[in-house]
Design a protein around this ligand. Structure first.
Ligand SMILES: [Zn+2]
Length: 172
């Protein structure tokens, strides 16, 4: 179980800093409708190799944000541009969700517990993005939801109930 300071977030302790590091892997858009926030884990052995991959011109993948285990938030692609994180995907009538979504990567090799500070930063970022882009709670999803045959992230260890307590996800 992860107990995060729900009250401190609700009382408006929303301070967080975003460190822009950039990636060239994106499509330029000026006016797009952001409907989904998609949560991933990196699934790599460490943060450095994950960042390298998200910036690699060969790998051709990226995300808008990456959150370290300590809860530091990095931005690789600006919200208005399309990052390459979802791949072949589907939800309701939407297909290939990159163009309508923001992707958030959590540093995690796929087997680890998500540290409390990482989830706390994720919640703060989700609250901010949800408000900024007017996202419906039901469209805050995991990669495994939109590409169930191909993807397992953020996986069974991800604390959806913590998000649900903050109205950042539907109960599941
Ligand atoms: Zn993913």
């Amino acid at each position: 179980m992860i107990f995060i300071a729900k009250t401190s977030i609700k009382k408006g302790n929303m301070d967080f800093k975003i460190n822009y590091i950039g990636s060239k892997n994106f499509d330029v858009k000026n006016n797009r409708n952001i409907k989904y926030l998609i949560i991933h884990y990196t699934g790599m052995k460490n943060q450095a190799s994950a960042v390298q991959r998200l910036q690699s011109r060969v790998a051709k993948v990226s995300s808008h944000y990456l959150i370290s285990k300590k809860g530091k938030i990095y931005q690789l692609v600006r919200d208005e541009n399309v990052a390459w994180h979802a791949g072949k995907s589907r939800w309701e009538k939407d297909i290939n969700l990159n163009s309508k979504s923001i992707g958030i990567e959590l540093v995690n090799n796929g087997k680890e517990i998500f540290p409390k500070n990482q989830i706390k930063s994720l919640c703060k970022l989700l609250i901010d993005l949800k408000k900024k882009h007017k996202i419906n709670t039901k469209y805050i999803l995991g990669h495994e939801d939109i590409a169930p045959k191909r993807k397992k992230d953020p996986g069974p260890k991800f604390p959806w109930s913590t998000l649900a307590d903050l109205k950042l996800s539907k109960k599941r």
